[in-house]
Write a protein that binds this ligand. Structure first.
Ligand code: SF4
Length: 173
């Protein structure tokens, strides 16, 4: 996994925000790999792509090739058999690219832990751009997580204490 750690980059978030404005017409393309697990998280992702959730209206869609993808979405614990597949998919994606882990298994191995066949979750191994916990997370949890990538940064809390540098906010009257 050393090579995989070296390959994953941390430049996704700022690069993505620059290049992928939010909203229809700028779909963020997701490529999903299920690396093991029970398949529950994968089923929730399939549900997400159904009409009630309007995933495309929110600016996201699944693609069938990592070469066309902006973000790699991993579900399930990383098995030794699937580690080379994940790495190959990541290397095939154009930059900027991001990594999303959906579900407890993808994050820390979940109920599968680590053993001769399972390497556990990705959070200890690589830089993750978005972690969506749950077992499994609901489709709305996943969509809310994806949307959070493109929310404007939260302003610094310098106005709460009333001692904001630069002072005047025009609220007086
Ligand atoms: S997090 Fe839960 S639902 Fe998702 S793959 Fe693991 S065991 Fe299954």
């Amino acid at each position: 996994m050393g090579l995989m750690r070296a390959v994953f980059d941390m430049a996704f978030r700022p690069g993505m925000q620059r290049m992928k404005p939010q909203g229809p017409g700028w779909p963020v393309r997701l490529f999903h790999i299920d690396t093991g697990g029970c398949g529950g998280c994968g089923m929730e992702l399939q549900a997400l792509s159904c009409a009630p959730f309007d995933m495309q209206g929110a600016g996201f869609g699944f693609v069938h090739s990592p070469r066309n993808a902006d973000m790699l979405v991993v579900t399930g614990p990383l098995t030794r058999a699937m580690a080379p597949v994940v790495q190959a998919a990541w290397e095939a994606m154009p930059a900027p690219r991001g990594l999303v882990c959906v579900g407890a298994c993808a994050l820390d191995g979940g109920m599968f832990g680590e053993n001769y066949a399972v390497m556990g979750g990705l959070e200890r191994r690589v830089s993750i751009d978005l972690a969506i916990p749950g077992c499994p997370p609901t489709p709305m949890d996943v969509l809310d997580g994806l949307r959070s990538l493109f929310r404007p940064p939260v302003p610094a809390p310098d106005t709460q204490g009333g001692v904001a540098a630069g002072g005047a906010d025009g609220a007086g009257g």
